[in-house]
Design a protein around this ligand. Structure first.
Ligand SMILES: [Zn+2]
Length: 549
């Protein structure tokens, strides 16, 4: 198969494998730890949906690596030792007193969680099963405590001159810091301390907790001397990023493209990894090249911001858009492609479901394409995107728009299933997996109708003729003739043909007939495909509405 037809995750897995084989440093660490695909997130508040893109990307790459026979895993670390650096608007003012402290040492806003960090991180982690993410969760603070970063910390402090050079060269301004933030032994703040001296021999840092080091948190003035190891503090962000790579054994780590700009955090981290830690930075970077981060993932743009103005939360989104569909969208899209998904848009959701269904049919051999690469690609996307075990035969598919129609006609799942049976879309004795999939589709459609669907897809079947409706006599006549046809047990196509026949016989423009029918049935000028729609509505109801004209 030509390379351009390989799924992007398989391509990356292959490239990383080749890279490791060629690099003795990587080869050694992979022998010890396996292929580590890594990502990290600061749990400073509700986590935005955009972060989800990175998690899916990393999850899929790790899966592709395992499919190559590699021992690979995805580790997601909570950067819970980072300082609370600006007030979280979701929390009361009383939380301001914790500004400057590590998130993991701040009490949880809700009982039942270990800390502030734990609370916000759990909101997303508990959704991982639903979205099919398999990963090992780590706490960066705990890794500091365990001493995972001790060796890197020593190298960084012993070589702080090189780090100073790297920063000064990149930013053309003075860097006068010892790159380590001690947690003040007196007040517990990490953002307010400044290390003043590194005693290389005794491996001790002298530090001062300063009153005015930052303007958003006040230090206590304490001065002390402490070991930088085992969780007594942390490396500053860009240095820490580099330190994690050899310490954890990271061979692949993407981040949003904003980190990959010239002079951005990735460039600095690469230089530190290369010059101070002598470790090749993870894919997509090399010692020489920064590489490219993944593009942003926007759901619904600004329209979908929460009341707190923070954008759409990762966990919140699954209340509206099924995890399976979001996962499919992110798996099929290359990381470098911009992703603006608008569930309110005319077609985004419908198209996404149609494509998912098509990939599913191709996977199970129920549909094919002359382009064999396309079929192979769709199968692979389906495989990587599927949440949970893939069933051994194709589950019953109901088109999304049909589901949206029958759930609005039936108003309950039971009634909707009845309609699907009556109209021949599902078997009379549907059960088990098939029933489960159909019900799921009905629920998906219902949520879409309630929250996002454009007006044209929403309707309510009328109980009685809406006031003010005026139908011309000619259209009325055709409608009344349609009633008579309803008793003839016509199928959808036959009924549709009958509409055209009757229009022709009675010299009525089909356009006018359809409009009249929709006005009578749902008090709108348009609606779902009329024949199927009419058959899905209770026959007596249709008759009553038309007879009342
Ligand atoms: Zn202090």
């Amino acid at each position: 198969m030509a390379e351009e037809n390989i799924h992007w995750a398989d391509q990356i897995a292959k490239e990383v494998k080749e890279r490791v084989e060629k690099d003795p440093v990587l080869k050694k660490i992979v022998e010890e730890k396996g292929f580590i695909v890594y990502d990290e997130k600061t749990p400073s508040g509700t986590i935005h949906i955009g972060s989800g893109r990175g998690w899916i990307i990393h999850d899929v790459i790790a899966k592709a690596m395992r499919d190559l026979g590699l021992k690979a895993k995805f580790i997601l670390s909570s950067d819970d030792i980072d300082p609370y650096d600006k007030p979280n608007k979701e929390l009361p003012k009383s939380y301001d007193k914790y500004l400057g402290m590590p998130f993991r040492n701040i009490p949880s806003p809700f009982e039942g969680y270990k800390s502030f960090a734990d609370y916000y991180f759990m909101q997303v982690v508990e959704k991982f099963e639903e979205i099919g993410i398999e990963c090992e969760i780590q706490s960066t603070g705990e890794q500091y405590e365990k001493g995972t970063f001790n060796a890197a910390i020593k190298k960084v402090l012993d070589n702080s001159d090189t780090i100073k050079e790297i920063f000064e060269e990149t930013y053309s301004k003075e860097y006068n810091k010892i790159p380590f933030n001690v947690i003040c032994e007196k007040c517990g703040k990490i953002a307010t301390t400044k290390a003043t001296k590194w005693d290389k021999e005794n491996e001790l840092l002298t530090y001062k907790c300063e009153k005015n080091l930052v303007d958003w948190a006040e230090g206590c003035g304490h001065e002390g001397q402490i070991s930088p190891y085992d969780g007594n503090g942390k490396l500053p962000w860009k240095v820490e990023w580099a330190a994690k790579w050899p310490s954890v054994g990271v061979v692949c780590e993407f981040a949003g493209k904003d980190h990959f700009t010239a002079g951005g955090s990735r460039t600095i981290s690469i230089a530190i990894a290369d010059q101070v830690l002598d470790f090749p930075p993870p894919y997509p970077s090399t010692r020489e090249e920064t590489g490219k981060g993944y593009e942003f993932f926007n759901v619904g743009g600004k329209k979908m911001s929460t009341s707190k103005g923070k954008g759409f939360g990762f966990a919140e989104m699954f209340n509206y858009i099924p995890a399976q569909i979001i996962r499919y969208l992110l798996v099929k899209t290359r990381p470098h492609a911009v992703l603006d998904f608008d569930p309110e848009g005319r077609n985004d959701m419908i198209l996404l479901y149609e494509r998912f269904d098509r990939a599913e049919r191709m996977y199970f051999g129920e549909e094919t394409d002359d382009n064999k690469n396309e079929v192979a690609n769709q199968k692979r996307i389906y495989e990587l995107a599927h949440v949970g075990d893939i069933p051994d035969r194709m589950p019953k598919q109901i088109p999304f728009t049909l589901a949206a129609t029958v759930i609005q006609v039936g108003l309950s799942e039971e009634k909707a299933i009845e309609i699907l049976k009556k109209t021949g879309h599902v078997d009379e004795n549907i059960e088990g997996m098939d029933l489960h999939y159909v019900l799921q589709r009905l629920r998906d459609a219902k949520r879409w109708i309630e929250r996002f669907a454009p007006e044209q897809y929403k309707f309510q079947v009328q109980d009685k003729l809406a006031e003010g409706i005026e139908i011309d006599d000619k259209e009325k006549e055709v409608l009344k003739k349609v009633i008579a046809e309803l008793d003839n047990e016509l199928g959808e196509e036959e009924l549709h043909n009958k509409f055209w026949e009757l229009c022709q016989e009675n010299d009525v423009k089909p356009k006018d007939f359809f409009k009249a029918a929709y006005q009578v049935l749902i008090n709108k000028d348009r609606g779902p495909k009329l024949a199927g729609f009419m058959l899905s509505i209770d026959k007596d109801k249709v008759k009553k509405l038309i007879e009342s004209l």
